[in-house]
Design a protein around this ligand. Structure first.
Ligand SMILES: [Cu+2]
Length: 207
């Protein structure tokens, strides 16, 4: 290799290393505690952080599935980034007919067994409610978010988001128990280099 090329390569490597260390220094962990109106921890909420930078950083997720097992959707709530293609494998012996009438994504997978050849691509942020034409009790939700910073709350109602770059965000919280068609709750959140925390109160949840 020509010496000038070596120097350029070394310089590039240095820049990459600097960028990586800067990223580490300016990315924080955000802890969010989700409770209902009575102060009880809320499990299964999806918490996500929106900003223009987050939107630019969001990438479609690979290998995502919304399966059907024992006449149920698995998982019951799935969060994906915009542009993600979701596969709908049917693990049951009976056929399912999956559909959504939601504005964020209207589609149907007509009566099928096995895995449909084409995944369904979710382009628009929002809540997509899934049903099955054959089994009325089957319901699931796909929450499409325009950010890489999202997670589900655990049994203690707690969410930990790692590697969040410093900045001003809209902290949003959604739960399938919110009234049908309700938008995710929104509150401002400022993230600095140090760990941040926030509390969210979700009222009007259906048990
Ligand atoms: Cu079905």
């Amino acid at each position: 290799m020509h010496p000038a090329c070596c120097a350029r390569a070394a310089y590039r490597a240095l820049l990459v290393a600097l960028a990586a260390s800067a990223g580490a220094a300016w990315a924080a962990t955000v802890q969010v505690d989700v409770r209902d109106g009575a102060g009880k921890p809320v499990e299964g909420a999806v918490v996500f952080l929106e900003s223009a930078e987050a939107q630019r950083a969001a990438r479609p997720l690979p290998g995502i599935e919304m399966a059907q097992e024992h006449k149920r959707f698995v998982p019951g709530v799935l969060a994906v980034t915009t542009g993600t293609e979701v596969h709908f494998p049917n693990h049951d012996a009976v056929r399912h007919h999956v559909y959504s009438f939601s504005p964020a994504k209207k589609f149907e997978l007509k009566l099928y067994s096995g895995t449909p050849a084409n995944p369904v691509r979710f382009e628009m942020p929002g809540v997509v409610v899934l049903g099955c034409n054959i089994h009325d009790q089957m319901v699931a939700w796909i929450l499409v978010v325009d950010t890489p910073y999202f997670a589900h709350s655990g049994p203690a109602g707690r969410v930990l988001l790692d590697g969040v770059p410093a900045g001003a965000y809209r902290l949003r919280t959604w739960h399938p128990g919110l009234p049908v068609g309700a938008a995710a709750l929104a509150q401002p959140l400022s993230v600095g280099p140090a760990p941040a925390s926030a509390a969210v109160v979700l009222t009007g949840l259906t048990p």
